[in-house]
Design a protein around this ligand. Structure first.
Ligand code: NDP
Length: 405
């Protein structure tokens, strides 16, 4: 029987634990471990109550390689699914190398003291993964994750060459709060307050934060203000997609979210440098996280849909072609199934699927991989049956879905 270790018991950890338990034939004995064990116990209790499956729980500080190594040895896990924070990626990867077990994550490594993410340090571990005869799968969430697989699927089935890709992330959900983030507030706010960046003709072009806005028309959702951000999947896609000339990433934000962000930024609440406060040193962003609603608590109050996809243009048989591959998910449906809102759901399902394909031997390799390096077909089939069915829209070659620039 397989044994599976999940690290991180936040919104995403809840979905991964639920869905691994629902796919017990593959995942076998499941342990959910995190820094605060009471959160693991709460998730384990709701899984037991809702679907009658027992999972184990454990406490671990995932910043400590030695603690991780003893936990992996104790659980005899065959794979570690890392859904803690990006700060823990390297320690968890190193523990997997030491124990000789496979690794999967959903977010690019980031150092807590610098709001910057890149694959360099994770890709550098490729040789060690090869030497340990294990596989590491990076970025198996929705974006990165399913969006990378959509690109690989487009490359395999729809194009000879893809020239431009726009990754579109629309969350049209409403949780009723004036301001809250749908995943870890610190990671989310670091990402959206950073400078924007896109890639064209071999070079990265930097923009001011939120400088570029376009109104895109999302199927089943309608037109939404969409802002250009830098997003990690672009770093690997520019290496792996044939003939690519340009790639950008857009995310939708509502007026209230942006107004709050602007004010928080102006008063210094998004700072990641410690400040002195009544004899204590506190990091403003960490304090803000304490004040904001826990993303895991948004589940019962979020209504509306997510629509995430890739809009691609290129050539097939010498003729221009344009397609949009996308997935739409209803927040309330997610809550009914696994007691979670749509952003945690759309991240957790691809994490479970990536791990499932690795355990079943359908996605195998020695070393460290990004999602688009694997054959997309098995993953796309699993999305359809595990709760995230997708569609392909074929457009006129010169058509796009931008309503206003
Ligand atoms: P949460 O903040 O809700 O949960 C993070 C969990 O990790 C918490 O249980 C936290 O423990 C635990 N944790 C943090 N530090 C440690 C540590 N040192 N040791 C052990 N456990 C630790 O985050 P989310 O569930 O919203 O997000 C999880 C991951 O998913 C993040 O990396 C995020 O960037 C990624 N993500 C990826 C997306 C994608 O599409 N690819 C989209 C959304 C998120 P504690 O409870 O004690 O704080």
């Amino acid at each position: 029987m397989n044994k599976t270790l999940i690290i991180g018991a936040g919104g995403v950890g809840n979905v991964v634990a639920f869905k691994c338990a629902m796919n017990g034939d593959t995942f076998g004995e499941i342990t959910l471990a995190s820094r605060t064990i009471s959160k693991c116990d709460e998730i384990a209790a709701s899984i037991k109550a809702k679907i009658g499956v027992e999972i184990f729980t454990a406490k671990v500080d995932a910043d400590s390689v030695s603690e991780l190594v003893s936990l992996i040895q104790q659980t005899q896990a065959k794979i570690v699914i890392n859904v803690a924070l990006p700060y823990q990626d390297l320690t968890i990867m190193d523990a997997c190398i030491e124990c000789g077990v496979d690794y999967l994550d959903t977010a690019n490594y980031e150092h807590p003291d610098e709001a910057k993410f890149e694959y360099k340090l994770q890709w550098e571990r490729d040789l060690k993964f090869k030497e340990a005869n294990i596989m590491g799968l990076l970025g198996s969430g929705f974006d990165p994750g399913a969006t990378n697989v959509f690109c690989a699927y487009a490359q395999k089935h729809y194009f000879d060459e893809i020239h431009t890709i726009d990754i579109l992330d629309c969350n049209a959900g409403d949780h009723g709060y004036a301001f809250a983030t749908n995943f870890n507030p610190e990671i989310n706010l670091r990402e959206v307050s950073a400078k924007g960046r896109y890639w064209e003709n071999g070079a990265w072009i930097e923009t001011a934060p939120m400088e570029i806005m376009q109104v895109w028309d999302y199927p089943e959702v309608g037109p939404k203000d969409s802002y250009l951000l830098y997003h990690e999947e672009m770093e690997s896609l520019v290496k792996h997609i044939k003939g690519l000339k340009k790639i950008r990433f857009f995310m939708t934000f509502g007026a209230s979210y942006l107004k709050h962000m602007e004010v928080l930024q102006n008063v210094g609440m998004l700072g990641i440098e410690p400040v002195e406060h009544k004899g204590m040193r506190i990091v403003p962003m960490e304090f803000l996280k304490t004040l904001l609603p826990d993303p895991a608590s948004l589940g019962p109050r979020t209504k509306g849909k997510t629509n995430i996809g890739i809009f691609a243009k290129g050539l097939k048989d010498g003729k221009p072609r344009t397609i949009y591959i996308y997935q739409i998910k209803d927040h309330e449906e997610c809550y009914a199934e696994v007691m979670s809102q749509g952003v945690s759901y759309t991240t957790g399902i691809p994490a479970m699927i990536g791990a499932k394909l690795m355990l079943e031997g359908k996605w195998r390799g020695k070393g460290v991989f990004n999602m688009e390096q694997m054959d997309p077909d098995a993953f796309m089939e699993e999305l359809n049956t595990q709760g995230l069915p997708w569609k392909v829209m074929e457009l006129e070659a010169d058509e796009d879905r931008v309503v206003r620039v």
